[in-house]
Design a protein around this ligand. Structure first.
Ligand SMILES: *Cc1c(COP(=O)(O)O)cnc(C)c1O
Length: 454
């Protein structure tokens, strides 16, 4: 029998070269620290994107704020800026310290992108940003808009009729489709959302109710993206939101960090050499968590430590980074099924753009089992009364793993953090959940409670 070869190596060779690979293939939990992790000032020189690009995105979102406030009244409180709160979660911290029998030095915080306006997930950053940018580009090109205008004029029949001549396509596991679909339909675009098999029925229903065309696939996310890309290539008036490669998405996500900086200051959370910050970012294809990490590194440089978090059945980013193969390999190549309850993270092939851009800036990546996500979901409800979808819990076990694993301990030592950990802040990035229908959330909660009893 000839043995399967993946990018020139057999499975045995891959396992021999990367000792963690065995665990990953067996869908056991893994915590990987990045041997290429480097000093910010060196790493940033190799990256083509800069702080100016993130600032440009931030300015664009400000220009759109009057429009957003007008068409999404729930954003009036924040004057049309789509932003989420950050919360200290001491009860949850205590609960998980007991649950995993591991003390967490420093404080645990939750960044509640689960409660972002308009689409209830981290996709309300990048996804909405990219649609707005596209709309602005079109309107400026046709001489209908200047950057000095009050963008609330976009809420008019004139603009809706203009945008109706154009369409937007995207491939998604659910949440990106939701944010792109809602925003595009609001502006007047025709929208096509190509949904992978993971996508939840309620998301498809919601989109259809807004006039979005939802195309369903029996395969996973990569197929949905491929089909969306194909559709757009055939139509010059169709714009494809490329979740695997888009710098616009990435920059939209990165803006989060600048807003977070102010929020931390307001909460008297200090980040400096003596007070390290850790961010644990649920990762699918990588754009959302990667963009946020990029923004955080621009601001806090070597004082922030960013980790990706993935389900054990969809560990595309950890494999891509560890093997340096990025998008050349997918989890299925290694016999991993990419089937997970964390539908927002059900991606088998990571973004090559994100992996390569951040390969010296990410501190590491780890995986969590679906059962753990459910248990944490129920525990967070009981301890803090915060409701998240399963994907969004992946950041929570980060600090436990950091302290509990040998790799994590080594990371702390190698980066001279040992004496500083008591001053650390750990942010678990809660990436979605507020739009989950009540009955679906109830089922998640019950499942977590049942698993807790076992
Ligand atoms: C999409 C998504 C993520 C991850 O974002 P990627 O850009 O795919 O890495 C995390 N959590 C939730 C809930 C999501 O929908």
């Amino acid at each position: 029998m000839s043995e399967k070869v993946i990018q020139g190596k057999t499975l045995e060779q891959w396992k021999a070269e990367y000792p963690l690979m065995d665990k990953i293939i067996c869908t056991e939990e893994a915590f990987w620290t990045n041997p290429k992790y480097g000093k910010f000032e060196d790493a940033i020189k190799k990256i083509s994107l800069s702080e100016a690009d993130v600032k440009d995105a931030e300015e664009r979102l400000k220009r759109f704020a009057p429009y957003i406030a007008k068409v999404f009244p729930e954003t009036q409180q924040t004057n049309g800026i789509i932003e989420s709160p950050i919360a200290k979660i001491p009860n949850m911290q205590k609960k998980i310290e007991e649950m995993f029998n591991q003390e967490i030095l420093g404080q645990l915080l939750l960044k509640c992108d689960s409660h972002l306006a308009i689409s209830g997930s981290i996709k309300a950053r990048g996804g909405i940003y990219e649609v707005l940018k596209h709309a602005e580009d079109l309107a400026i090109e046709k001489g209908m808009l200047t950057v000095e205008d009050d963008y609330s004029i976009l809420d008019s029949d004139k603009f809706r009729e203009f945008f109706a001549k154009y369409s937007i396509a995207v491939g998604s596991t659910g949440n990106l489709g939701l944010s792109i679909g809602i925003m595009s339909a609001q502006l007047g675009f025709k929208v096509f959302v190509h949904m992978s098999a993971d996508a939840k029925q309620w998301k498809k229903n919601l989109l259809r109710s807004k006039g979005v065309t939802v195309v369903e696939y029996e395969s996973d996310y990569s197929k949905a993206v491929e089909e969306g890309r194909k559709q757009a290539e055939a139509d010059p008036n169709m714009y494809f939101v490329d979740d695997e490669n888009s710098t616009n998405l990435f920059l939209g996500y990165a803006v989060a960090a600048y807003r977070l900086k102010n929020q931390l200051e307001e909460k008297n959370v200090v980040v400096d050499e003596e007070h390290p910050l850790f961010a644990y970012l649920p990762c699918g294809v990588g754009g959302g968590p990667g963009g946020v990490a990029f923004g955080l590194k621009l601001i806090f440089k070597d004082n922030v430590h960013c980790f990706f978090a993935e389900p054990t059945h969809s560990p595309c980013m950890i494999i891509g980074l560890m093997t340096d193969m990025h998008d050349k390999v997918c989890v299925q190549d290694f016999g991993i099924d990419n089937i997970t309850a964390a539908d927002g993270l059900a991606v088998g092939r990571a973004s090559g753009f994100v992996g390569k851009t951040l390969q010296e800036l990410m501190s590491g990546s780890y995986t969590a089992k679906d059962e753990k996500l459910y248990v944490l979901l129920s525990t967070l409800i009981e301890s803090e009364n915060i409701y998240l979808e399963p994907s969004a819990l992946a950041g929570i076990p980060g600090p436990i793993d950091l302290f509990k694993t040998e790799a994590g301990q080594k990371y702390i030592e190698n980066n001279n953090l040992k004496d500083k950990m008591k001053n650390a802040s750990h942010i678990a990035w809660a990436t979605g959940g507020s739009m989950v229908p009540k009955d679906v959330m109830e089922a998640y909660y019950k499942k977590g409670c049942e698993l807790l009893e076992d």
